[in-house]
Design a protein around this ligand. Structure first.
Ligand code: PBG
Length: 340
């Protein structure tokens, strides 16, 4: 009986009782658990045909369609700020049913890569590997239509994705990032890269990519909204997180170097689980919709842009992300350096 009482006491009065501290700025700095740094950031960039083109994307203020020459200039600026990586998306000249420009040696991303590598940049150049920007129907792979219904043909698509990845490596990419969500694509890409002699080219896989409405502004930016149907047959279902863990496990097994959860803010629990279950390098993509909603509110004076962005990105890191892909990467660097 006495024992019981004692045990109860021990629970009610834990040995360790946090003292109330006066939370001065210096003290807060000392005990801070999560620090956002420029080393955590990757900036997405959109490259388009032409010369001297720098066209703002209306739903993503401060983000542009850049022609190759402008892109090279932008990358120099990004490097000077100390951002360790960029991820490239291509806006092709021509679209067709099989997304030929995605894997053509003269495709827009391949041209951009050659121009960038000629400058020998000191940052990691990552490319998005997907067909949706390059297909006229806007789906991420080869589509077979049957009246009203359609299927995206997994295995035929794998071959084209692998060709795309190899052509990016040939043109100078340091890392490829498949975002299509076909089954087995990490393995297919790894094998194709190794066979072509690009063993050192890394893979960042969009492993847990949800069928999300938060990609809306990006689809305008990359002109890749599906012309019929949606992507829910191949992207993950938002209510599920066990499914996301299985996708991540498979991608690690197939040879991914970094796995990703996307979007970030509405999926912090998935980020947390992924980090804790796998302890593997983890990226989180804070997508266009996350950018657009805060940007729009900030423009109306409803939110303080700097404070909400820093809070949001720090939370993504606190949840477990090692790397954050964000359209705010440049601003964050400037803010961290003390600019207002
Ligand atoms: C597909 C791709 C998408 C995004 C990155 N890669 C769009 C989609 O799946 O529809 C979204 C990025 C964003 O919203 O910021 N290649």
């Amino acid at each position: 009986m006495r024992n019981c009482v004692r045990r109860e006491k021990a629970v009610r009065y834990p040995i360790y009782r946090p003292r109330r501290m006066r939370r001065t700025e210096t003290l807060r700095r000392m005990v801070r658990e999560t620090r956002l740094s420029k080393d955590d950031l990757i900036l997405p960039l959109f490259v388009c045909p032409g010369e001297g083109v720098k066209e703002e994307i209306s739903s993503m203020p401060g983000n542009f369609h850049l022609s190759v020459d402008q892109l090279v200039a932008e990358i120099k600026e990004v490097e000077a700020l100390g951002i360790p990586g960029v991820i490239l998306f291509g806006i092709p000249q021509n679209k067709d049913p099989v997304g030929s420009e995605a894997y053509s040696p003269d495709g827009i991303v391949q041209k951009a890569l050659r121009a960038i590598t000629a400058e020998k940049p000191g940052l990691t150049v990552i490319t998005d590997v997907c067909l949706c920007e390059y297909t006229d129907h806007g789906h991420c792979g080869v589509v077979k239509r049957d009246g009203e219904s359609f299927t995206v043909e997994n295995d035929a698509t794998l071959e084209l994705l692998a060709r795309t990845a190899v052509s990016h490596a040939e043109a100078g990419a340091d890392m490829v990032a498949p975002s299509d969500m076909m089954d087995g694509r990490v393995g297919a890409i790894r094998e194709a890269l190794d066979e072509a002699g690009y063993e050192e080219v890394a893979i960042m896989s969009y492993s847990a990519k949800y069928a999300s409405a938060f990609y809306g502004p990006f689809r305008e930016a990359a002109e890749c909204a599906p012309q019929f149907g949606d992507r829910s047959a191949y992207q993950a279902d938002p209510p599920n997180s066990d499914e996301a863990m299985r996708e991540i496990a498979l991608d690690i097994e197939e040879g991914a170097d970094i796995v990703m959860v996307k979007p970030a803010l509405p999926y912090l629990d998935v980020i947390y689980r992924a980090k804790h279950e796998f302890g593997y390098p983890l990226a989180a993509y804070s997508v266009s919709g996350e950018f657009a909603m805060l940007k729009a509110a900030a423009e109306r004076g409803w939110l303080d842009e700097r404070r909400v962005v820093m809070e949001m990105l720090t939370s993504i890191k606190r949840a477990g992300a090692d790397v954050i892909i964000t359209y705010w990467a440049k601003n964050v660097c400037k803010w961290l350096a003390g600019a207002t």
